[in-house]
Design a protein around this ligand. Structure first.
Ligand code: URA
Length: 201
């Protein structure tokens, strides 16, 4: 969560948040309680993109604050990330009914806002959490189990697909893969000079 109040945000962010809060570009706005935009830092080298808000996120107005979020936070903490290092958001900003995956037209409708968010945050590295984020962000059709853990280079950006934390909660044997992928992300940010190497134990 950011410590900033709305009026303390840079003007461009205020405009962006207003655009998010008033968005009616797809039908998901009809049943939302809160538009879920981000948590973490406004200017982070790492952008983490999930699928869409769940029940708890819709109540709190923040991404990844339910069970999946706690697992994601554990994984981030294990790699020594703090809030200034990341910006967490989703493919869609409003909760899909019954936690279903966003429809292609919903992801498409929300893309303009995600692109604007990307331009404001200016991340160098993107972690795509789960098959839905991978599919809609890159247009790739491969199974997430095939592409996870491998860097995709797109212009100046380094993109890492990984398993969704909710999948890990259901398949704890895959936990080390998520941890490994976050370790690779940390290493990349160190190589790029955005984070200091971790002290040796
Ligand atoms: N799952 C997601 O993909 N995003 C959230 O914000 C919460 C759960």
């Amino acid at each position: 969560m950011t410590n900033l109040n709305f009026t303390e945000l840079p003007t461009a962010w205020q405009g962006f948040l207003q655009a998010c809060n008033s968005c009616q570009n797809c039908d998901l706005y009809r049943e939302r309680n809160r538009v879920v935009v981000y948590r973490g830092s406004l200017e982070a080298p790492l952008m983490i993109i999930g699928e869409g808000p769940g029940r708890q996120e819709d109540i709190e107005g923040l991404p990844f604050v339910g069970r999946s979020g706690r697992l994601l936070d554990d994984a981030l903490l294990a790699q020594g990330f703090s809030e200034k290092d990341f910006h967490i958001c989703n493919i869609v900003k409003c909760r899909p009914p019954n936690n279903r995956a966003p429809l292609p037209e919903e992801a498409q409708a929300c893309r303009r806002l995600l692109n604007a968010q990307f331009a404001l945050v200016k991340p160098q590295v993107v972690l795509l959490a789960g098959a839905t984020a991978y599919k809609y962000f890159t247009g790739g059709q491969d199974a997430i189990s095939k592409v996870r853990g491998q860097w995709i280079k797109a212009g100046p950006y380094h993109i890492m697909p990984t398993f969704h934390p909710a999948y890990i909660l259901r398949n704890m044997s895959k936990r080390s893969e998520l941890w490994d992928d976050l370790a690779a992300v940390r290493k990349k940010l160190e190589e790029l000079g955005f984070m200091d190497p971790r002290p040796e134990n």
